[in-house]
Design a protein around this ligand. Structure first.
Ligand code: SAM
Length: 227
């Protein structure tokens, strides 16, 4: 990707072991959704160029953050609620794949969904006096293990976005109960549109594969996508 081979270290422990130890779980490997979203950002660099980008639930790979940094984001804040995973593998992967001259444009930061304190601290990492990120990316965070955290996830979207923020989601449908996320999103004032299937990398198309969504605070979605 981005004219280079990316080398992504992953965890030896299984997700099950980490979950049993009290971690949030399922962040030990890079999921298809992360590849699909990273590929989308790679092909649409204008979305991130010179922008502030927040990745939510980046897992061990932080793949979308890496590609956003390589594609010219002003600042990328890669976050996950699993602080150990973040301090260990995500940081290693960011350092290994973002060249020195762009290293200052990406930071890892612990962010548990729903934590205003951590959300505000993430915003301060942008170095600008902004009240929101320009772009938020999140791959495979809408999933059954996190059903109870959907409200908190949307709280974090609300805390860190404004009507101009473009939120890109890569979502792999695995269970009907995940629909509650999209219902809650609409109830909380966000519009959500599915991007055309052709925007998904050809290796990942089909019902069992991730789909891409663009989410924005409702009043602005039509205007901003038309710009
Ligand atoms: C399925 S993994 C996806 C990882 C990566 N985005 C990918 O697609 O490869 C979901 C990630 O969300 C994080 N996560 C789950 N619940 C969370 C919460 N309440 N707050 C913050 N992060 C959370 C997990 O630690 C995990 O890294």
């Amino acid at each position: 990707m981005c004219d280079r081979v990316l080398r992504i270290a992953q965890h030896n422990e299984s997700n099950a072991v980490r979950s049993a130890e009290g971690d949030l779980g399922f962040g030990t490997i890079a999921y298809d959704a992360a590849f699909v979203l990273a590929d989308y950002v790679e092909r649409h660099p204008e979305i991130v160029r010179e922008r502030s980008v927040l990745e939510i639930g980046c897992g061990s790979a932080a793949l979308v953050s890496i590609v956003a940094a390589l594609r010219g984001a002003r600042i990328v804040v890669a976050t996950d609620g699993d602080a150990e995973l973040l301090a260990d593998l995500a940081t290693t992967n960011l350092r290994a794949n973002v060249p020195t001259e762009r290293a200052r444009s990406v930071v890892a930061h612990a962010l548990r969904w729903g934590s205003d304190e951590q959300a505000n601290a993430a915003l301060r990492r942008t170095g600008a006096d902004a009240s929101a990120f320009d772009v938020i990316v999140a791959a495979d965070v809408v999933a059954v293990p996190y059903l109870d955290a959907f409200d908190a996830l949307i709280d974090t979207f609300q805390a860190l976005s404004d009507p101009h923020t473009v939120i890109l989601l890569a979502y792999t449908k695995r269970h009907f109960s995940e629909e509650t996320f999209f219902v809650k999103l609409a109830q909380r004032g966000f519009a959500c549109i599915a991007l055309p299937a052709t925007e998904v990398h050809a290796d990942f198309r089909g019902d069992a594969h991730p789909r891409l969504f663009c989410v924005q605070q409702r009043k602005s979605i039509h205007r901003d996508l038309a710009e």
